[in-house]
Structure formats: structure tokens, C-alpha cells
Design a protein around this ligand. Sequence first.
Ligand code: IMP
Length: 184
Amino acid sequence: MSLLDDVEKTLISQVAIEERIAQLGAEMNAVYTDNDLPLLVCILRGAFIFMADLTRHLAFRHEVDFMVISSYGKGTTSTGVVRILLDLAANIEGRHVVIVEDIVDTGHTLSYILRNFKARNPASLRVATLLSKPSRREIEVPVDFVGFEVPNEFVIGYGLDFVEQYRNLPFIGVLKPEVYQSQV
Ligand code: IMP
């Protein structure tokens, strides 16, 4: 059985994602200049493919950094309890910072990260996310650059996982119900 056999449907195609990320890059190019020298912070692991594609559409000078976050809870629900497994290498005090996320679902993870970052006194703080599931939001979080809004379904691919797998699929899709059920 190949990975693709587990996929029920494609929600967003590879081409649509590539086009949208180019547009997000253009939106960000209209906001930042070389002088800002922003720091793009990739929230691992889910945002690694989005970050790699986004950064190549940016025309302004910038730096990148990485943070590993773990949301407690297995399977398809996050509990809102967040742990930092690996912190930033950079000191963000006085820096322009862009948090790069894979998906904002309930908003708890991003809310935690925003609070944590604000306490470090950045010059500015914005958020870019590939996906947003507004219907699931439990806590309001400001998001500046959104790739796509998705319905209330658990999605995989383009960096997003189910039980640490399927991140390599080049599109955003939904798995067959029996695949999710087999892991519960
Ligand atoms: P939140 O705290 O509920 O907003 O969840 C944020 C994190 O949960 C994301 O960064 C993802 O790692 C994970 N997550 C939420 N929804 C999905 C999904 O549909 N597919 C894969 N991961 C998801």
C-alpha cells in the first residue's frame, strides 16, 4: 500500500499552493524592506516545506530561525498545552519577526507562541500561515498572511502530518476515515 492509497481526496493542488505562496511572497514584499531585516521563524515541524517555498519568493533581506513546538495530544486534536522543545537561536529583542506556521486551528498554539514572543520585546510581530481553519477557532489570534482557509477537516501534506506521516505529500489532502480510525 502506498501513501497515496490512504488519501481520500485532494483539497488544494500542488499548483494552487505554489501560486498562492508566490502571492504571499508578493504581499510580504510590499510590507518589508531590506532595512527591516526581518527574522522569519519557522515553527517545526509542520511549517518546514511552506517556509522553504515562501523564503524563495521574498525580495527583501531577511534571516531565518527555527523553533520546535510540541502540542500535547496525539492524533487529530490538540489540547492547547504547548511545549518548546527547541528554542530560537536568535535574540529577537528589537527585531522585526514573522512567525511562519503550517495551520492555525483552535488558535491555542499560536496564542502561546505570540505571548512568548511578545515577552521578548520584538520591534514588530506578524504571522504567516499556509492554512487557517476559522470554524475551529477557540481563541482569537491575529494572522497577517494566510494562504488558504480550509473547512473543518483534518488535513495532511505539504508539511502537515498525521501521526508524523504524510508530510511529504506535495498537495493538501484528507485521509480516508479508516486511516484516522486505525490510529485512535
Ligand atoms: P491549534 O493549537 O489548535 O491552532 O493547532 C495548531 C497545530 O495543530 C498546528 O500547528 C498543527 O501542527 C496541528 N494541526 C491542527 N490542525 C491540523 C490538521 O488539520 N492537520 C495537521 N495538523 C494539524
